[in-house]
Design a protein around this ligand. Structure first.
Ligand SMILES: CCCCCCCCCCCCCCCC(=O)SCCNC(=O)CCNC(=O)[C@H](O)C(C)(C)COP(=O)(O)OP(=O)(O)OC[C@H]1O[C@@H](n2cnc3c(N)ncnc32)[C@H](O)[C@@H]1OP(=O)(O)O
Length: 136
């Protein structure tokens, strides 16, 4: 799993207990996951369909740097399924895990449409970004 996105937990991200708001973290994950799905499927018309149990394993506090990891686990006909993990960048302690996030590939009318993908790729709109060995 690649942890591409890092976030610095700031005062505006905190709940009244002083730890990272769960809803804020979920918003960051939804955004990260949809960008991943758009890149993998090569289509900007993608929606969140299903998110499985969310396990808030440990909390993050102000000043922590956290990183979001997403990987595709299954390519369906019109859907892509991903797994997500969030961890503390310094300690590597897991903050959250989600086993299943399903996004659906849509046509211009908003109808599910086959994406034709079967495996993880490293290209977007036919532009190769890196080879597998070069991924950060
Ligand atoms: C590089 C960057 C460029 C950026 C460039 C700009 C981009 C700029 C655009 C940004 C975009 C942002 C997007 C943000 C993310 C939202 O915020 S999306 C908003 C929240 N989500 C929604 O509003 C979706 C609402 N739901 C729906 O509209 C309909 O349920 C859907 C998604 C059209 C699907 O309809 P449906 O009748 O369920 O369709 P159906 O054909 O039965 O199933 C479709 C697939 O879903 C699967 N599925 C259905 N139900 C389930 C379930 N409960 N569990 C698991 N899978 C299921 C099916 O198995 C099927 O998969 P495949 O077997 O074909 O692989």
């Amino acid at each position: 799993m690649n942890f591409h996105t890092r976030k610095w937990v700031k005062p505006e991200d905190l709940n009244p207990n002083g730890s990272l708001f769960g809803g804020t973290l979920l918003r960051w994950i939804d955004e990260e996951a949809v960008i991943y799905a758009i890149v993998q499927l090569g289509n900007p018309h993608v929606v969140t369909k299903f998110i499985s149990e969310i396990n808030f394993v440990s909390s993050a506090k102000q000043g922590d740097i956290i990183e979001l990891g997403i990987t595709a686990t299954e390519f369906g006909r019109t859907s892509i399924t991903m797994r997500c993990e969030v961890r503390n960048k310094i300690t590597r302690k897991t903050i959250l895990s989600i086993d299943k996030l399903v996004f659906v590939n849509l046509d211009a009318e908003g109808t599910p449409t086959p994406h034709g993908k079967t495996e993880i790729t490293y290209a977007y709109m036919s532009v190769d970004k890196f080879t597998k060995d070069e991924t950060p």
